[in-house]
Design a protein around this ligand. Structure first.
Ligand SMILES: *Cc1c(COP(=O)(O)O)cnc(C)c1O
Length: 419
């Protein structure tokens, strides 16, 4: 199983934050001292039982962990093959996995005495999670959000404001997630003393990809003991599957299984309208190539001149033009397989989950489910698949309605969505 650099996949990254040739720390000199002090504090916290005791307490009483590991019996029967489990991270406070990571980073910020938290957000999910935890701890919260996204995601902008956060629309570039992240990095270097940058996915300069992964790994760790409890001592999943935007929920599920060669690992990217050269998708691994963005080397959507391209997906949470560097490494080393699923396939899976299990999923995990639906029928009934149901679908019902041609424009909620 081992890669030449590490004797274990679980030991990545190296001292420089590299996963093979990916990752690292491509930042300006002004940012370097900030990153180094963050890294030092994280290394101290990681080995401090008091830090994890506080995390555990909040995970239990604030987030609602452990999230259930649920045998999707009707879905499994309908597909007629593998035994399918869903890891129910959509039941977390704020409705997705993002809060696992935000709690970790905010506790770290508190240890460092930082009082001003900044974050970037695309669809608004990470912004809402950050605003939530800042409210809980009485911290000032500033969220950078592309001006285009501010318009598209009005309900999440309002949620952040209710929670006391200031939302700053970003007009540079094309006014989307990539530009919001650039502005957040700029803010950080100008407000060195009191500010902590809370990144929303397993990307950015070292130590963010490893740190975010460590916080999200609670997902896979719980799956390990929960499956053993339900299927018998020592039983591991045969396949684990998760959707990938930047890759944080996926690496959280995958990481505890990287050194178990019997566990097949599959990441599902957003194939949008199909992976070809028009880039109407967000499949950085299947349709991109390596480059440097936001402080790390990884696979990116880019044109021939190396210009970063905007991704497209029906699911706003998946349209980051890059992918966390650890996934690029797992892809090139062959330890994990990466596939893509189109909008249309994800929509079908969304409906199947509603109908067979009474679970309205977010469109992001619907991509993972769509791949489960492709492979499960060909697998034997003793093959266990665990997929990460990383978010709930409340935020997506209007998008789905529109695609199904279901007219909600004359309802009050429908109107506000259209605006
Ligand atoms: C943000 C989000 C994602 C994408 O982010 P990752 O870092 O790839 O996990 C996926 N699903 C949901 C529900 C999200 O909110």
């Amino acid at each position: 199983m081992a890669d030449d650099l590490f004797n274990s996949f679980m030991n990545g990254p190296d001292e420089q934050g590299r996963f093979g040739i990916f990752g690292g720390r491509f930042v300006s000199e002004t940012l370097m001292p900030l990153i180094l002090s963050l890294e030092a504090e994280y290394n101290r916290a990681k080995d401090d039982p008091a830090f994890w005791a506080e995390m555990r307490d909040l995970w239990t009483h604030y987030v609602g962990r452990p999230s259930p590991l649920y045998h999707a019996e009707r879905l499994s029967a309908e597909l007629g093959g593998a035994k399918i489990y869903m890891k129910r991270d959509e039941l977390n406070h704020t409705g997705a996995h993002k809060v696992n990571n935000v709690l970790g980073q905010i506790l770290l910020a508190r240890r460092m005495g930082k009082t001003r938290i900044i974050a970037e957000t695309g669809a608004g999910q990470h912004g809402v999670a950050t605003a939530t935890v800042c409210a809980k701890f009485g911290l000032k919260c500033i969220v950078y959000m592309g001006a285009h996204d501010v318009k598209r995601q009005a309900p999440n902008v309002f949620r952040m404001r209710l929670l006391g956060a200031e939302v700053i629309p970003v007009t540079s570039g094309r006014g989307t997630l990539k530009d919001a992240m650039n502005d957040a990095l700029r803010d950080w270097v100008t407000n060195v003393r009191d500010t902590f940058y809370c990144i929303g996915t397993a990307a950015g300069p070292h130590p963010y990809p490893a740190m975010v992964r460590d916080f999200q790994s609670i997902i896979g760790k719980e799956v390990r003991w929960q499956l053993a409890e339900q299927e018998g001592e020592g039983r591991l999943p045969d396949t684990v599957i998760a959707a990938i935007g930047g890759g944080s929920n996926a690496i959280g599920l995958f990481h505890p299984f990287l050194d178990d060669p019997s566990v097949k690992i599959i990441g599902v990217e957003a194939g949008g309208k199909g992976v070809d050269d028009r880039i109407q998708h967000c499949a950085s691994l299947t349709g991109g190539r390596p480059g440097v963005l936001h402080g790390n080397r990884t696979y990116l959507l880019q044109d021939e001149d190396g210009q970063i391209q905007e991704g497209y997906s029906i699911s706003a949470g998946l349209d980051y033009p890059g992918i966390g560097p650890e996934h690029s490494w797992l892809h090139e080393s062959g330890r994990a397989e990466y596939v893509s699923i189109t909008d249309k396939e994800a929509l079908e899976a969304f409906l199947v989950s509603c109908r067979t299990e009474g679970i309205i999923p977010a469109l992001e995990p619907s991509h993972a489910l769509a791949h489960v639906m492709k492979i499960a029928p060909k697998l034997p009934s003793d093959h266990i698949i665990v997929m990460n149901m990383c978010g709930r679908g409340d935020k997506d019902v209007f998008t789905v309605a529109k695609h199904l041609g279901f007219d909600m424009s004359d309802t009050e909620e429908g109107r506000s969505f259209e605006e």
